[in-house]
Ligand binder design. Structure first.
Ligand code: G6P
Length: 593
């Protein structure tokens, strides 16, 4: 899950750093860059911490150099140290590489290379690639052949950018099961792990296929597959692909929450503008499959729970699966099943692994993703796009509402319900107008040692996502439970250091949910109820209330009841002095299993 970039052209160092910053969401524990200097030698700068550290370290240095590669790391093999930061260089200094992925057989390779006399300066799996390139250069007739020989030895997944001082005006790149994009403009050429990581001037890109080897020089990109030069489809970059500014917001997360209304409108618009033939194809899938498996990770999994509940309500038989479990413990899969994969990034390794497994069995797949250039979008049989726009903050917000919306729209279309959901009627602006109240409540939330989220039915699903948001970016231990389940275990954790946030939007559940509130109060716990019901006001059992706008259709609450919970997480994180965009230990795009 790291981000890699490469750049050829003027101001290479600055361009690499700018592009790396746009990929920082992929990992941010250390970073580095390698540039080829005017004597055809490799210069390296690397450091632990955010990319701003290498930016400061390289200030006023290497400004005239015109070719280089860079990396932002999320540690998998080897601790967070400067030595383990990429790029890694071969013993003879000829090759420098940056790597995204995992080399599963690196220990065997390392031992073999050590016996041949090579030395290693990091604990990473990636360093073996640089040294293998040096070893294979002894026999290979060209760099391309060398890369082919080298990658043949590697097991696992990789995207690689390679500098070779014997070809000082070129960057070489290759990939297997990790994304890599190449772009050339009038006066630059570049590569990046995601389209958003390409330079601002990029207007088009190609997506490399597994085992492609690209030779990139100024204005020319050559791609080989099995010794044959191949043409890859050139795709246009849209404004949304490169939208990576915070505008006037302090953090991406709050900006992205404020974009929810527009994101939902765009998603609804894209769904209603689907070509009749594409819509028919998708509706036919549902007409011919009544058994549905929904597969995803993290927030996207929670959107699946909402989706399953909606699809169940119109007669489907649904099961939701966490992708990392599904791949190794799959349910009974046969051609009567339809599998739905949901992923904001479209790059989550666990989800991709499941998609491939299901495709191998010849089972029909539909994917819902937010990134058109992603692996999932590329390999899925059927695709529905959310139009949330670029999501940068690690904690997913606007993508979640949009994923849920797709399930609402699908359910309406399948059941031929003409009452299309109106985004305006969700009254999101009303919630955003209460930001001061939410911020004050968050100051209170920040004082608790543990926070539980409870609710019933659809509200229990929102509770799960609310709890995930809070723990991700505030580090407050948090769990969520269907309200009725509390008394079967978690109630033992309730005391005067705990807050229970109660989501209550479904009229039929008021009475029973309030029973849970009484049980919590009787154990000295504090309660905050999030509800549209006016009659619910603070009293001897309810410490705090946040009122949601009243919606005509109760079933639509999951689309908005999550918003105050996202905002609670955001402001609580700020209150605790944490950067909500970059919580410790996490990364946005998890491209390793
Ligand atoms: C990471 C992110 C989560 C996200 C999950 C699934 O863990 O931090 O916010 O929900 O991956 O990501 P995906 O891109 O597949 O939706």
């Amino acid at each position: 899950m790291c981000g890699i970039v490469g750049f050829i052209g003027k101001n290479a160092k600055t361009q690499i750093i700018d592009c790396l910053k746009k990929l920082e969401y992929r990992g941010y524990d250390s970073s580095g860059l390698a540039l080829i200097n005017n004597k055809d030698k490799i210069e390296i700068i690397k450091e632990t911490g955010f990319i701003s550290n290498i930016e400061n370290l390289s200030n006023n240095m290497f400004d005239d150099l015109e070719i280089g590669i860079g990396h932002t790391r999320w540690a998998t093999t080897g601790k967070v140290t400067k030595e383990n930061a990429h790029p890694h260089v071969s013993n003879n200094g000829r090759f420098a590489i940056v790597h995204n992925g995992i080399i599963e057989n690196y220990e065997a390779i390392k031992s073999d290379l050590s016996h041949k006399g090579y030395t290693f300066s990091s604990e990473t799996d990636s360093e073996v690639v640089a040294i293998l390139l040096e070893e294979n250069a002894k026999t290979a007739k060209s760099v391309i052949e060398n890369i082919k020989l080298t990658t043949k030895i590697l097991e696992g997944s990789f995207s690689l950018a390679i500098l070779d001082t014997h070809s000082p005006d070129k960057i070489f790149a290759t990939k297997k099961d990790m994304p890599l994009f190449v772009s050339a403009g009038a006066d630059f050429a570049s590569i990046a792990s995601a389209v958003v990581g390409l330079p601002h001037d990029a207007i088009q890109y190609i997506m490399l296929e597994n085992h492609d080897i690209a030779e990139i020089s100024l204005n020319t990109i050559k791609v080989w597959q099995n010794e044959e030069m191949v043409d890859r489809r050139v795709q246009k970059i849209t404004k949304d692909d490169l939208n990576h500014t915070m505008h006037n917001h302090k953090h991406y997360m709050i900006k992205e929450i404020f974009e929810e209304q527009v994101a939902l409108e765009k998603t609804a618009e894209a769904f209603s503008s689907l070509k009749p033939s594409a819509k028919k194809e998708i509706l036919d899938l549902f007409a011919s499959h009544k058994r549905i498996h929904l597969v995803a990770c993290g927030t996207a999994y929670h959107a699946c729970l909402v989706g399953a509940s909606l699809l169940e309500s119109i007669g489907f038989d649904c099961s939701c699966h966490i992708a990392s479990e599904f791949k190794y413990f799959p349910p009974n899969l046969n051609d009567k099943c339809l599998c739905i994969f949901v992923s904001q990034s479209g790059e989550t390794a666990d989800t991709i692994g499941c998609l491939k497994l299901v495709q191998e069995k010849g089972i029909k797949c539909l994917s819902i993703t937010n990134v058109e250039s992603s692996t999932i979008a590329h390999i899925s049989d059927h695709l529905l796009m959310t139009k949330a726009g670029t999501e940068v903050a690690v904690a997913s917000t606007k993508a979640y509402n949009c994923q849920c919306l797709i399930f609402y729209l699908l359910t309406q279309a399948i059941s031929k319900n003409n009452q299309v959901i109106s985004i305006k009627n969700l009254k999101i602006d009303k919630i955003l107008q209460t930001i001061n109240q939410i911020s004050k409540l968050s100051q209170i939330i920040a004082t608790f040692k543990k926070v539980f989220f409870i609710g019933r039915g659809l509200d229990s699903l929102t509770a799960k996502e609310g709890s995930l948001k809070l723990k991700e970016i505030t580090y407050i231990p948090s769990e969520s439970y269907p309200a009725g389940e509390l008394k079967h275990g978690t109630l033992s954790l309730v005391d005067d250091e705990s807050l229970s946030i109660v989501i209550l939007t479904q009229k039929s559940t008021i009475h029973k949910t309030m029973n849970a509130v009484s049980e919590i109060k009787a154990r000295g716990g504090f309660t905050l109820v999030v509800t549209p019901f006016d009659e619910i006001q603070p009293n001897h059992e309810i410490d705090y209330v946040f009122h949601l706008p009243i919606l005509k259709n109760e079933q639509h609450y999951p689309l908005i009841s999550i918003i105050p919970l996202q905002l609670f997480a955001y402001f609580t994180s700020i209150e605790k002095g944490i950067n909500p965009d970059k919580p410790r230990n996490l990364a946005k795009s998890v491209t390793v299993e």
